[in-house]
Design a protein around this ligand. Structure first.
Ligand SMILES: [Zn+2]
Length: 191
């Protein structure tokens, strides 16, 4: 019998996640540049992000043109560069306030570490952007797929943590719940 798919979440009907999705408005513009191999990966967390944060933009490819200037603040690249501003490090209040006002939008590279380094190499303009990193994110729950070193967080968890830090109105909880439902599905399939 042919598999039927949910027209909204695009998953097989048996795995439809729609009942678990709590939509939120993204507090800042978010642009995800996704490597084509990652776009085909069944365990990518970006489809979950698109369901829960419908206003994020996802571009698939290897070479991208820089996005239009924002009306307020700059685009920041979420990347653990040595010069990156650690969003979890306590800085004095005024500096923190100025920085937050300046973070007008977030750019995220989605792929393995190897592929995200390749995207940086192919798009030198990304190197001109201020970088944001984090150091105190809650432990990852996406055990079905480990990053290099076993510690990397999924794209969904990384973005949830940063948006939680940036905006008092954003809640990471619905996204984390959605991820845990997805993890349970994968575990059930492989048992
Ligand atoms: Zn669905």
């Amino acid at each position: 019998m042919a598999r039927t798919y949910c027209s909204h979440c695009q998953l097989p009907n048996l795995s439809c996640l729609c009942a678990h999705v709590v939509e939120q408005t993204c507090p800042v513009p978010v642009l995800i540049y996704q490597h084509p191999l990652e776009a085909k990966h069944a365990k990518s967390t970006v489809p979950l992000l698109r369901l829960a944060l419908p206003d994020i933009q996802v571009d698939v490819g290897e070479v991208f043109t820089s996005p239009p200037l924002l009306s307020q603040g700059d685009w920041w690249l979420l990347y653990p560069d040595a010069q990156a501003l650690d969003i979890d490090k306590p800085v004095d209040k005024q500096a923190a306030h100025l920085t937050q006002a300046n973070i007008g939008g977030l750019i995220i590279l989605d792929g393995t570490w190897r592929k995200t380094r390749l995207l940086l190499h192919l798009n030198p303009w990304l190197r001109q952007l201020p970088c944001l990193s984090f150091s105190q994110a809650p432990p990852g729950a996406y055990h079905i797929r480990k990053g290099p070193g076993g510690q990397a967080l999924s794209t969904l968890e990384s973005l949830s943590h940063v948006l939680d830090r940036l905006s008092p109105t954003f809640s990471p909880t619905p996204l984390r719940k959605l991820l845990s439902v997805r993890v349970k599905q994968f575990v059930a399939y492989t048992d």
